[in-house]
Ligand binder design. Structure first.
Ligand SMILES: N[C@@H](CCC(=O)N[C@@H](CS)C(=O)NCC(=O)O)C(=O)O
Length: 220
């Protein structure tokens, strides 16, 4: 149930500076010019603060991000971004045309469902000593598909010449790829779009290197 009072409160993002899914939400807030508060959830400290009973009450999946907004708490970055887009319409993060909208969702899902979950902390812990090779393998597999999709759909950005949810997913995934030393020269379209995105203020201010919980040694 939404109350008008809740709509006046700043959204609260439960996130982690280095989490690519949290960065997606930070980019969306920045593009929309929405002020929000951050509650850091350290995914590694004390065995992982996402695993506490207190945080489980916020997000039963025990992952970040979660956002409290307009009196409700949402998890799942794409659901959060689409809620923000539907309730704070400009600038639009998804096209109006149903076919174009579906293509933006398709690109976003290739990343959010097909690539990112395979580098999740809990997954990599199960993989054990081969974790770097595992992460590289699945990022390369996903980027091969993504590169061929983007060759068809991209202009300046992932879908034509407007920034969309697809770009919001792309930049954090490229950040993860760099972290796992994936050779991005194999993916010229992904690399080109990412270089363009990295010059945009909303992507810069939301970057993992400059968040309230970024450790000093990783601050830009
Ligand atoms: N589908 C979820 C995925 C969320 C997710 O995987 N979050 C990661 C950080 S990017 C996490 O909290 N990992 C904690 C863990 O693996 O324990 C979303 O898009 O929000």
């Amino acid at each position: 149930m939404r109350s008008s009072c809740a709509c006046l409160m700043k959204p609260v993002l439960h996130g982690y500076f280095r989490s690519s899914c949290s960065w997606r939400v930070r980019i969306a807030f920045a593009l929309k010019g929405i002020e929000y508060d951050q509650v850091p959830v350290n995914l590694v400290k004390d065995g992982g603060q996402q695993l506490t009973d207190q945080y489980r009450a916020v997000n039963p999946m025990q992952q970040v991000p979660a956002v409290t907004i307009d009196g409700i708490t949402l998890s799942q970055s794409l659901a959060i971004i689409q809620y923000i887009d539907e309730t704070r319409p400009l600038p639009r993060l998804l096209p109006v045309d149903p076919q174009q909208r579906a293509q933006v969702r398709m690109i976003s899902d290739v990343i959010a469902s097909g690539i990112q979950p395979l580098q999740n902390l809990t997954v990599l812990e199960k993989v054990g000593s081969e974790k770097i090779q595992w992460a590289q393998h699945y990022i390369n597999k996903g980027f091969n598909a993504l590169e061929s999709i983007l060759k068809q759909t991209s202009g300046t950005y992932c879908f034509g010449n407007e920034i969309s949810m697809a770009d919001i997913c792309l930049a954090p995934q490229v950040y993860n790829a760099e972290r796992y030393k994936v050779d991005l020269d194999q993916y010229p379209t992904i690399k080109r779009i990412n270089q363009t995105l990295m010059k945009i203020e909303a992507f810069k201010v939301s970057h993992p290197s400059c968040q309230p919980d970024t450790p000093d040694q990783m601050k830009a």
